[in-house]
Design a protein around this ligand. Structure first.
Ligand SMILES: [Ca+2]
Ligand SMILES: [Ca+2]
Length: 453
């Protein structure tokens, strides 16, 4: 009998277990300006630790990562191995300390935990810390890091792989999938071609190691051709956009039933947004970021838009007219240290960075990568920073940036050059990895993808 375990993931309410002044720190004389933070951990299924109710059956925890960032402090990372019941650590006092607890695990029993592609849970909490205080934080845990799941629209395939080296891959056939994201409990949510006029958004527990879906939990008709999805896992909200111009975009609540249930979508006012190529949610505050175009007089121009889905208004934007690095924007992802956007150059106008970084106020912070070319000729390359036409970020909650880099430029055997790319959030060339790792000789492509073109 299948246990109703997914609800328990959400059952743990955010609880501040201690928020009080404590003067023992100031007595030491050495920890002035710091606060002591305690985060309870879970040891194992069945443990008596505080968060017992959160851990579903069928997994084995391997460890915990805690990250903290905030204004005026260096970001902190702390790793704790399995077995610990609690972690205590000092954090510089101040406002808006952002804490992430990530619980790493592997699946031991797919019958008990069927979300085949989930590799961690994440919880987030923001706290103001007074110097000398002792603060306890527990967090709502939702799906975090995943296998690398990529949509291969033209091959009517969705792939799942364990690493960018693309070992241990599994596939399943999906008719013209355009985007994929993950619900709070770990359910895969995929947009795919439906009938001639509308697409379907369907959900499944995952792509099994043997390939194919474990189970299709449900689907609904989107009522439009879906170009992009974004999920706020912390708040259980699905956003999706049509490929129309002007674009329409929608919001639907994800109910944490078992299996999940998605409520009827409602249309959001688009304001000055003209088209949506890609969307992402800032998990910290629920704001939506949109890469696409906005209206500019009688025209549409490439723009990154920040949208407030509570007030249902465009809050801010940065466009081609005010940021000279913007060419054509294709997708966006929000990380702790900023907003990253894919920027597509072309051979006639090649001088644009491939990935742009902005802060949350949409101030440009720097770019990385360039169109791979030799003069006016496209040049297949796996070297660090060499991009074709980057289309989509994937593995949103994994650390670093994963990119689908797609071309339509064909070799002598009608294969086109496509690749998967990894680069860290500091754009370090030494972190670069690509699949395939080499291009072979002309006429012999090694990638199995066709992606979007
Ligand atoms: Ca290809
Ligand atoms: Ca391609």
């Amino acid at each position: 009998m299948k246990k109703n375990h997914s609800k328990s993931i959400f059952a743990l309410a955010i609880a501040v277990i201690g928020l009080f002044s404590c003067d023992f720190l100031s007595q030491t004389g050495s920890m002035g300006g710091m606060a002591l933070v305690r985060i309870p951990l879970v040891e194992d299924e069945g443990s008596r630790a505080i968060s017992k109710s959160f851990i579903p059956a069928g997994i084995s925890i391997t460890g915990f990562t805690i990250n903290v960032f905030g204004p005026g402090m260096e970001p902190m990372t702390k790793y704790v191995s399995r077995g610990a019941k609690v972690v205590d650590f000092y954090v510089p006092a101040g406002r808006d300390r952002h804490f992430t607890l990530e619980v790493h695990f592997y699946i031991t029993d797919y019958n008990l935990f069927p979300y085949a592609n989930i590799r961690s849970f994440k919880g987030r909490e923001i706290a103001d810390l007074k110097a000398g205080s002792f603060v306890g934080l527990t967090m709502d845990m939702v799906a975090g890091a995943t296998d690398l799941i990529v949509v291969d629209n033209q091959n009517t395939t969705v792939w799942a792989g364990e690493s960018i080296l693309w070992s241990d891959t599994a596939t399943t056939e999906v008719s013209f999938s355009t985007d994929v994201d993950i619900a709070p409990d770990g359910t895969l949510i995929i947009a795919k071609a439906g009938d001639m006029t509308a697409d379907q958004i369907f959900y499944t527990t995952g792509i099994s190691d043997a390939g194919g879906f474990d189970a299709v939990a449900g689907y609904f008709d989107a009522g439009c051709r879906v170009r992009s999805l974004a999920i706020d896992r912390q708040r259980g909200i699905l956003y999706f956009s049509s490929d129309d111009n002007p674009a329409q975009f929608y919001r639907a609540l994800i109910l944490s039933e078992d299996p999940v249930e998605i409520q009827k979508p409602s249309l959001l006012p688009a304001g000055s947004i003209a088209s949506v190529e890609g969307m992402a949610v800032d998990t910290w505050d629920g704001k939506l970021y949109i890469a696409g175009t906005r209206t500019f007089g009688a025209f549409s121009i490439a723009a990154l838009v920040k949208y407030d889905p509570v007030l249902e208004v465009v809050e801010d934007f940065e466009s081609k007219t005010t940021c000279q690095q913007i060419k054509n924007l294709r997708d966006v992802i929000v990380k702790d240290n900023g907003v990253f956007v894919l920027n597509v150059a072309d051979l006639a106008d090649p001088q644009f960075p491939s990935i742009l970084k902005f802060n949350r106020n949409l101030d440009y912070q720097g770019g990385y990568g360039a169109l791979s070319r030799d003069g006016t000729t496209f040049k297949p390359s796996m070297l660090a920073g060499a991009f074709y036409f980057p289309k989509r970020f994937f593995a949103h909650e994994n650390s670093g940036l994963y990119v689908i880099d797609d071309s339509a430029i064909q070799d002598d055997f009608d294969h086109d050059w496509d690749k998967l790319v990894y680069v860290n959030e500091n754009f370090s060339s030494s972190s670069w990895q690509a699949f395939p790792s080499s291009i072979g000789i002309r006429g012999e492509t090694l990638d199995p993808f066709e992606f979007f073109e």
